[in-house]
Design a protein around this ligand. Structure first.
Ligand code: PLP
Length: 390
């Protein structure tokens, strides 16, 4: 990385632990830094660039929309906004969409609709949102309160009232919750928490309990959604019908867009003035999302195959520092036994593989969903060599 870029970052707040690399360009599943060094992308900008980089159809869609109309505010109807909402409802089986700009904002919207649904129906007092230990739902204050990891709860108190964290996969703990509850918010695979899939029996029983007690079942699909697990949404691998489903990250192939989908029961809970954001449903982001869905549609059936291939190959490597491999589709967690995963990641980066960590002991791969077998093999070869050298 050049000294010039380094110096410029003296003007950026030090809120991120950044690797000493500045990427300047990318194509498909390869990235290049400012010295011209090439990297294989096993991270997709943390699960965002699912269609790889600079996909011509995506670039064309964005460019055409920017040349036509970029933004109108939500005081008006727009063609890409309506089209995208309809498409997402078809893919998810839900009834309506709200567009936001990020995952955390999507969480905020879910919290608001749960509180309003409950207040409209039962009056005040039944406002508690249950979330799981080790969950992650974003960094705004309410989303942070919802997040079930104490390491995020250090400096910013007082946190918001009306949230309770319950143990993962523990249906009895869920049954013990009182009548102050209005919703259960879960990730079907806990991403930031360490790529931990929930037990399917737990998810099924939790969904039944939600129905019984009229708690909204809300699925945070910011990381698992839009094809990442091999289905359009991670919840579709379970026999459940959620009330609310969020999305962000991969939806617009690299542009900021998030939001949530609701079922028929909730379609008219939020009325004009109840919830809003200036940029939500921005036309360029929606056009990017429509192009992203077009690109993903034909390759979606390959995502599970590619993921299984990667998991099997890593297991077959018999690497001394690897405890186990888990995940679904192209959301892959490699539990490491005795080395901090951040240290491994630095070595991988040095060898030309950009990857991620999760939790305290997991290397996480979120490659673009369009990744070719050739790029998978090239990335795995780097991974194997690095892991065998340490
Ligand atoms: N929810 C989940 C499941 C996530 O994984 C994340 C981010 O990693 C978020 C919410 C927050 O998304 P954002 O960083 O876009 O606010």
């Amino acid at each position: 990385m050049t000294q010039e870029i380094k110096n410029q970052y003296d003007y950026v707040l030090p809120t991120y632990g950044r690797y000493p690399v500045a990427f300047v360009s990318a194509k498909d599943c390869r990235l290049w830094d400012d010295s011209g060094k090439e990297y294989i992308d096993f991270m997709s900008g943390i699960g965002v660039c699912s269609i790889g980089h600079a996909h011509p159809a995506w670039v064309a869609a964005i460019t055409a929309q920017a040349g036509k109309l970029a933004h109108t505010s939500n005081l008006y109807h727009t063609e890409p906004g309506g089209k995208l909402a309809q498409r997402l409802c078809k893919l998810s089986g839900m009834s309506g969409a709200f567009f936001a700009n990020s995952g955390a904002e999507s969480t905020e919207g879910m919290i608001k609709i749960a509180r309003k649904y409950s207040k409209d129906k039962y009056g005040s007092g039944q406002h508690t949102i249950l979330t799981l230990e080790d969950s992650f739902h974003g960094r705004t204050l309410a989303a942070l309160t919802a997040t079930g990891q104490d390491k995020f709860h250090q400096h910013f108190d007082p946190f918001m009232p009306g949230f309770r964290h319950v143990p993962v996969n523990d249906i009895d703990a869920l049954k013990k919750q009182g009548d102050d509850v209005c919703a259960l918010l879960i990730e079907v695979i806990q991403g930031e928490g360490g790529v931990m899939p929930l037990d399917s029996e737990y998810v099924k029983q939790a969904a039944e309990l939600c129905k019984e007690r009229d708690w909204l079942l809300m699925i945070d699909e910011v990381q698992t959604g839009i094809g990442r697990t091999g289905r359009w949404f991670g919840f579709q691998d379970f026999d459940i019908s959620p009330d609310v489903v969020s999305f962000a990250k991969g939806i617009a192939g690299g542009l900021p867009l998030g939001g949530f989908l609701v079922n028929k029961k909730l379609h008219n809970v939020l009325n004009p003035g109840d919830h809003a954001t200036t940029y939500g449903g921005n036309l360029i982001c929606c056009a990017a999302a429509l192009a992203t869905l077009d690109i993903l549609e034909p390759i979606l059936p390959q995502v599970s195959e590619k993921g299984d291939y990667i998991r099997k190959r890593i297991e077959a490597m018999n690497l001394p520092h690897v405890d186990s491999v888990r995940g679904k589709g192209l959301m892959i967690g490699i539990k490491i036994k005795d080395i901090p995963p951040g240290e491994i990641n630095l070595k991988l980066l040095d060898a030309g593989l950009a990857s991620l960590t999760a939790g305290t002991d997991v290397i996480r791969f979120l490659p673009p969903l369009v990744i070719s077998k050739e790029d998978i093999d090239a990335g795995l070869e780097i991974f194997e060599n690095v892991m065998k050298s340490i």
